[in-house]
Ligand binder design. Structure first.
Ligand code: SF4
Length: 356
């Protein structure tokens, strides 16, 4: 399959977003395709500890099987979602990942894969062409990164992978994501030159303070979240790096807001309107009550499907509640909310991202 020219892809994304927005429907499907992971990041709130196997499997207990995921992606595309973001856990642990991603592409979704990259070199021959955007998690350089992720030799593997992708005519758009926490102080200054050298865009996320307030989350890693003065310093540093030409993807507006108000209390969250988040078992996540999903897989994939779900009182209530919630401080949440509000700078950012 030939690679879609970047501007065409950007145009498709913006057109799809505007169509979904006009109907008041989400445009991103965020799918935690597995809870299993081969890494041991101290900042992770998503890994399912009880099924922490590191080997390739189609799916394990509690995860949707291949056919159910394929059906989910088909229904999502029919319901007007435009972009699929596949993460976990570590998605490359699913043996059926190539089939799932090719199915998503055939259904018409633009595919973003988030991975720690450990198995990607081995799995790339099956995946190449099915991924539009690849987001690699990079929290530091060299051994510091390996230690953070708990995988010896991981950084060297990433270097090899990126070298190989650079030669590939079907290479995806490459982005790096750095989680900022007390475990990697000053990491942005180290990762930004790497992103530039690899020709990648760079995202960063302060460790998810929003989810720590979620019912069902025990707060065991709350001490790793950066305090306000560190967040302020990180935002000021990111602004300097951006001005110096490093490929920081957060908007200046977000960075200035984070610098002024690290608790980020001055935005209106539209995430439940813009993003449909599906857990590994196929249930729809309620962002503040992870232990009380909004709907089961059977409710969204059977019968009247997503349209009935969007009309359901619980979904509508969460979308309304979100507008007075500012628990999250990461750029995904804030900038996606601004995109939903049709801020021109965000539409420009989507197009600029597509041209990377
Ligand atoms: S800020 Fe938005 S995404 Fe974050 S927990 Fe609140 S409603 Fe959910």
């Amino acid at each position: 399959m030939a690679k879609v020219p970047p501007m065409l892809e950007g145009g498709r994304l913006v057109a799809g977003f505007l169509r979904a927005r006009a109907r008041g429907r989400p445009f991103i499907l965020s799918h935690l395709v597995t809870g299993r992971c081969n890494a041991r990041c101290p900042t992770c709130m998503w890994r399912m500890e009880d099924v922490a196997g590191g080997g390739l499997e189609a799916q394990t207990a509690g995860e949707l099987d291949t056919t159910a995921v394929e059906e989910l992606y088909r229904q999502a595309a029919r319901a007007g979602l435009v972009q699929l973001v596949v993460w976990g856990g570590e998605p490359t642990l699913r043996r059926d990942l190539p089939r799932l991603l090719w199915g998503a592409k055939e259904a018409g979704l633009l595919v973003t894969l988030i991975s720690n990259g450990h198995l990607l070199g081995r799995r790339w021959p099956e995946l190449r062409g099915s991924v539009d955007t690849l987001i690699l998690s990079v929290d530091d350089l060299g051994e510091a990164h390996d230690q953070m992720r708990g995988i010896p030799g991981l950084f060297a593997r990433l270097e090899m992978l990126v070298g190989r992708l650079a030669e590939d005519p079907l290479k995806p758009r490459l982005l790096l994501n750095t989680v900022l926490s007390a475990a990697n102080p000053g990491a942005l200054e180290r990762v930004a030159p790497l992103a530039k050298r690899w020709g990648a865009g760079l995202y960063f996320c302060p460790m998810e303070t929003g989810q720590m307030q979620s019912e069902g989350f025990d707060g065991r890693m709350a001490d790793l979240a950066l305090p306000a003065d560190e967040l302020r310093r990180a935002a000021a540093g990111a602004l300097r790096l951006k001005a110096a030409g490093y490929p920081l993807l957060s908007t200046e507006r977000y960075l200035r807001l984070l610098e002024r108000d690290p608790e980020l209390t001055r935005y209106t969250c539209r995430v439940p309107r813009a993003i449909l988040t599906i857990e590994a078992d196929g249930s729809v996540r309620h962002c503040l009550r992870r232990d009380r999903p909004l709907a089961s897989y059977e409710q969204i994939a059977g019968g009247a499907g997503l349209e009935a779900f969007y009309r359901s009182p619980r979904y509508r209530e969460m979308a309304r509640e979100a507008e007075s919630c500012t628990a999250c401080n990461n750029p995904d949440v804030v900038e996606t909310s601004w995109l939903w509000d049709l801020r021109p700078a965000m539409l420009r950012k989507v197009l600029a991202l597509a041209s990377l």
